[in-house]
Ligand binder design. Sequence first.
Ligand SMILES: Nc1ncnc2c1ncn2[C@@H]1O[C@H](COP(=O)(O)OP(=O)(O)OP(=O)(O)O)[C@@H](O)[C@H]1O
Ligand SMILES: [Mg+2]
Length: 203
Amino acid sequence: MNPAGDLNILLKAEDLLVRRGGVTVLDVPALDVFSGQVLALIGPNGAGKSTLLLTLAGLLKPARGTLLFRGERIGNGGFDYRRHIAMVFQEPLLFDTTVFENVAAGLKIRGIGRAEIGRMVPEYLERFGVGHLAKRSARKLSGGEAQRTSLARAFLTKPKIIFLDETRPPWPRPMTRRRPSGWATDSWWSMGEGSPRSARRPR
Ligand SMILES: Nc1ncnc2c1ncn2[C@@H]1O[C@H](COP(=O)(O)OP(=O)(O)OP(=O)(O)O)[C@@H](O)[C@H]1O
Ligand SMILES: [Mg+2]
């Protein structure tokens, strides 16, 4: 389905129109996200940054347009796009259970077994600096702790694309040889096989 030149395009948006509350918030003629690419989206409050991320993550249905992941159309029930991506929201969304269970949730949804979950979750909790909070209720976390928990959950699933909405550093040490593509609205980051480089967006 992909023309040869488009092999590196992971996500392709065409003619996107998104309305919220009856108002047109986004009108994006074309957008390509390439494999290995890190993109940052900046703009004033209310510009539509979160709306674009939610739409590209398949969480908001556009009024018009198409989204293709590796040439396959998203949203027609043909394949489970959500398994290939992860999103960390502007306000971290955590379940009313422990930090451990929240981070394990992404693996459970993917049908990963208990032994693997028991091995991987502590590793990722440590990487994101919340290992000591494993048994804590996710409802009793500070904002930064909640965001770290949310990041651990997102990265643990080793997504092909990760959407980060105003997620603050510090970033994790690299944990996969394959580099996910990323979208961030308030920070830029790079994740390679050597030492990580991370920084706040220059101001
Ligand atoms: N649930 C909603 N219902 C109706 N309108 C909404 C809703 N959420 C956002 N909007 C509107 O859509 C527009 C884009 O909002 P969005 O949250 O995408 O902006 P943003 O660029 O992420 O802003 P911020 O920098 O404040 O996070 C704004 O005008 C906002 O008021
Ligand atoms: Mg926003």
